[in-house]
Design a protein around this ligand. Structure first.
Ligand code: ATP
Ligand code: MG
Length: 638
C-alpha cells in the first residue's frame, strides 16, 4: 500500500479540467489570452504531425510580456534578488530590468544583430544572463545559452551549429570559490570561426583576460546606447531559443522552442503548480544553462511579475548550509530543486536545515529525475515541516514546461511520495505497451503524449528528420518521451526511469527508479544507481552502485546483506542484484543526473564514449576501479 499525504492545501477549481477535457484546443486558446498579444491569432493550432504551430498569425514578444506589462504597477517591485557565491548581492526591480534589457537590446542591434540571428550566451548565474536573454527576445534574435561549466569543445560544436555572430560571456565566474576563466574558454572555442564578429564581456571576477578588437566590455557598450528599444512584433512561432538537452542518455539534442505557445504553457503551469501570489518569494535552484532555468527562472516568474531569488554558485558552498541560509535570508515561500540536490542535503544530516528558520516556505517543488519516496518524505518533513505540499514536476527540455505535476493552484489532491500525480489539464498522457495499446492500471509501460501541447518543441535545430525519428516514430502520432512509467488505479503516474535503462530479469521488467528507491530507503544509503549487464545463464543480471551517507561506518559486507534482504522483501527475489558496489560518488551529468549508461558501459566492459556532459570524471574512474577489483576477486575465488 502506498502512503498518501493529504494536507488539504490547494484550490478547488473543477472547471479548468472540465474545459480542457472537453476540447483541448479551445482550452489553450483561452489560456493564451492571459498573455499580452500585439495581434490575435487566426488559427489556434495548425497540426501537421509531427509539427505543431500554436496561435498562428498572432504576434507577441516574450520580453514585452516579462517586463513592459508590469511597468505601470510593479516598476519598484524586486524581480530578481541576486545572491553571489562570494556573498555579493544585488536587487533588480522590474523597472531596472526593463531599462537594462532595452539598453542591451540596443547594444545587440549596434553590433549588427538582427531578427532571426542566433546569439550565444555563455555566462554564469548573474543578472546579465536573463537581461541578455530578454534583450535577444526583444529584437527577435534567438538565444542559445550554453551552461557555463562546459568546455571549449562543447562550445565550439554549439556555436558552429548556430552560427552566432555575437557571443556574450564574462571574464570569469565563481564556482566553489574558484574563478572559472570563461572568456579564455570562449577564445579557445572560437579561434577558427571567422563568422564570430564580436564577444561581449561582462566583468564579474575582474581576473586578467586578453581583449582583442572584436572583444567589447558590457559596461562600456551599455554606456553608449539609448534606454529605449521597442519590442519587435513577432509571429507566435518565432524561434525564441535553441537549448541542448542534458545529455543523460547520449549526445545532447538541440531543441528549438517558439514564442506564443511556449509562453502560454509557462504562464499556465507556473500559476497551477505554484499557485503564485504577488507576495511570494520564489527560489528555483536550476542553472539557467538548463531548461528549468529558462522556463522557471527566467520566463515563467517574470511573466507573472513575481519576485525570485537567483543564486550564482554551488549549493554546498562555502558549506552545506548555503541553501537554507538563502531561504531564511530572503524569506522564500516556494523552493524548487532537484532530487540530486535533496539527496546531497539529506546526506549531510538534519541538524543543518533544522538550525534555520524555514517557516516562510509554503510550497516545495522537485524536477529532473524520479524522486525516491524516502527523499520525498525527508523533503516533506525536514524542510516543509509537514505543511508544504511537494510539487513533483515531470517534464523535459523538449516539452518546454511541466506536463505532469500536482497543481495546488488548481486543485487539492492527496499526494503520494514518488508520484508526479496527474497530467496538467489540456494534455493527454497515458502509459502504453510495445504495441501502443493502453496498459491496465498498475501495469508498467511507456509514457506517451497523445496530443500536441503549446510548450512543445518546434523541432530539433536543423534536423527535422532526427526530430521525427527520436520522438514520433515509435508510436504513430504519439510523442514518445523515452520514459518508463506506470499509472495506478487512482490515475496517478509514476515515472520509473528511462525506457532504455529498464532492467530485464527472467522475463520481468523493473524500472531503475523502483530498485534504486528501495536501496535509498535503507538508513545508511544516500544514493544508488542500478543497471543491467549481460549474464551467460540469465541473459541479464542487475548490478547496483551505492553511495553511503556521511559518517556511516558499518562494514560493507553487513550492509550488502541488509540491502539484499531489503530488496527481497520490498520488491522480490527477482530484483536481487548480482553484485553491489560501494563507491563515494556516482557519475552524473552537469545538470546533476545519474548517467547510468556509463555504469552500464563499465559493467559490460565497453569503451566509455561521449563524456562531454559528465560532471566529474573521477567518479567514472572510481566506479571502474571498484568494479575491476571486485571482478578480479570473484574470478580468483572461483
Ligand atoms: P538527454 O535527452 O540528452 O538524454 P535528459 O533527458 O536528461 O538528456 P532533460 O530534458 O534535462 O534532458 O531531462 C528530461 C528527463 O528527466 C525526462 O525525460 C525524465 O527522464 C527526467 N525527469 C525530469 N523530471 C522528472 C520527474 N519529476 N520525475 C521523473 N523523471 C523526471
Ligand atoms: Mg531526454
Amino acid at each position: 500500500m502506498t502512503e498518501t499525504y493529504d494536507i488539504g492545501l490547494g484550490n478547488n477549481d473543477i472547471q479548468t479540467r472540465k474545459k480542457a477535457d472537453s476540447d483541448f484546443i479551445s482550452f489553450w486558446d483561452e489560456q493564451a489570452k492571459n498573455l499580452t498579444w500585439f495581434s490575435f491569432w487566426n488559427k489556434t493550432l495548425d497540426w501537421q504531425p509531427p509539427f505543431a504551430k500554436w496561435f498562428v498569425g498572432g504576434t507577441i514578444n516574450a520580453s514585452h510580456n516579462a517586463l513592459d506589462v508590469h511597468q505601470e504597477t510593479k516598476s519598484e517591485k524586486p524581480a530578481i534578488l541576486w545572491e553571489g557565491e562570494n556573498g555579493d548581492s544585488q536587487i533588480l526591480t522590474y523597472g531596472e530590468m526593463y531599462s537594462q534589457v532595452q539598453k542591451f537590446a540596443n547594444v545587440l542591434k549596434s553590433l549588427g544583430v538582427q531578427k532571426g540571428d542566433c546569439v550565444t550566451l555563455y555566462l554564469p548565474m548573474i543578472p546579465e544572463l536573463p537581461v541578455a536573454m530578454l534583450a535577444c527576445a526583444r529584437i527577435g534574435a534567438t538565444h542559445t545559452v550554453i551552461f557555463s561549466g562546459f568546455s571549449a569543445t562543447s562550445i565550439r560544436d554549439r556555436v558552429d551549429d548556430s552560427k552566432s555572430k555575437v557571443i556574450v560571456t564574462a571574464d570569469g565566474g565563481y564556482r566553489r570559490g574558484k574563478i572559472v576563466p570563461l572568456k579564455e574558454v570562449v577564445d579557445e572555442a572560437i579561434k577558427d570561426f571567422d563568422f564570430v564578429k564580436n564577444i561581449v564581456v561582462v566583468q564579474r571576477t575582474k581576473n586578467e583576460i586578453s581583449m582583442t578588437s572584436k572583444d567589447k566590455f558590457w559596461n562600456e557598450l551599455m554606456n553608449d546606447v539609448s534606454e529605449v528599444c521597442p519590442s519587435e512584433k513577432l509571429e507566435s512561432t518565432h524561434p525564441l531559443y535553441i537549448l541542448y538537452t542534458s545529455g543523460t542518455t547520449g549526445k545532447p539534442k538541440g531543441v528549438l522552442h517558439g514564442t506564443g505557445g511556449y509562453l502560454t504553457h509557462l504562464y499556465s503551469t507556473f500559476k497551477w503548480a505554484f499557485d503564485i501570489k504577488d507576495s511570494d518569494v520564489f527560489f528555483c535552484t536550476a542553472d539557467i544553462g538548463w531548461v528549468t532555468g529558462h522556463s522557471y527562472v527566467v520566463y515563467a516568474p517574470l511573466l507573472h511579475g513575481a519576485t525570485e531569488i537567483m543564486y550564482e554558485g554551488a549549493p554546498d558552498f562555502p558549506d552545506a548550509s548555503r541553501m537554507w541560509d538563502i531561504l531564511q535570508k530572503y524569506n522564500a515561500t516556494i523552493f524548487y530543486t532537484t532530487p540530486t540536490a535533496l539527496r546531497m542535503f539529506m546526506k549531510f544530516g538534519d541538524d543543518i536545515p533544522n538550525s534555520f528558520d524555514l517557516s516562510s516556505l509554503r510550497l516545495l517543488g522537485t524536477v529532473g529525475e524520479p524522486i525516491n519516496p524516502e527523499v520525498w518524505k525527508w523533503y516533506f518533513k525536514t524542510i516543509g515541516k509537514e505543511k508544504c505540499p511537494i510539487i513533483d514536476t515531470w517534464w523535459q527540455t523538449e516539452t518546454g514546461g511541466m506536463l505532469i505535476s500536482s497543481l495546488p493552484g488548481l486543485e487539492t489532491i492527496p499526494l503520494k511520495p514518488g508520484s508526479g500525480t496527474r497530467p496538467i489539464p489540456g494534455v493527454n498522457i497515458t502509459v502504453v505497451d510495445e504495441n501502443g495499446d493502453d496498459v491496465e492500471p498498475d501495469t508498467k509501460g511507456y509514457l506517451v503524449v497523445k496530443n500536441p501541447w503549446p510548450g512543445m518543441l518546434l523541432t530539433l535545430w536543423g534536423d527535422d528528420a532526427k526530430y521525427k525519428t527520436v520522438y514520433w516514430s515509435k508510436y504513430e502520432n504519439c510523442y514518445y518521451p523515452g520514459d518508463y512509467a506506470l499509472k495506478d488505479s487512482d490515475g496517478y503516474l509514476w515515472l520509473l526511469g528511462r525506457a532504455d535503462d529498464v532492467l530485464k530479469v527472467a522475463g520481468h521488467r523493473i524500472g531503475t527508479a523502483e530498485l534504486e528507491s528501495c536501496i535509498v530507503s535503507h538508513d545508511d544509503v544516500a544514493e544508488s544507481a542500478a543497471c543491467g549487464i549481460p549474464d551467460e545463464i540469465k541473459g541479464e543480471v542487475i548490478i547496483a552502485f551505492v553511495v553511503l551517507k556521511q559518517g556511516v561506518d558499518t562494514e560493507t559486507k553487513v550492509l550488502e546483506k541488509e540491502l539484499v534482504e531489503k530488496i527481497r522483501t520490498d520488491i522480490g527475489t527477482i530484483a536481487t542484484p548480482k553484485q553491489i558496489y560501494f563507491v563515494s560518488k556516482l557519475p552524473k551529468t552537469r545538470s546533476g543526473k545519474i548517467m547510468r549508461r556509463l555504469l552500464k558501459a563499465i559493467g559490460n566492459n565497453e569503451k566509455i564514449e561521449d563524456v562531454s556532459t559528465l560532471e566529474d570524471s573521477a567518479a567514472v574512474t572510481e566506479v571502474q576501479t571498484v568494479f575491476d577489483e571486485i571482478q578480479k576477486s570473484i574470478k580468483e575465488s572461483k
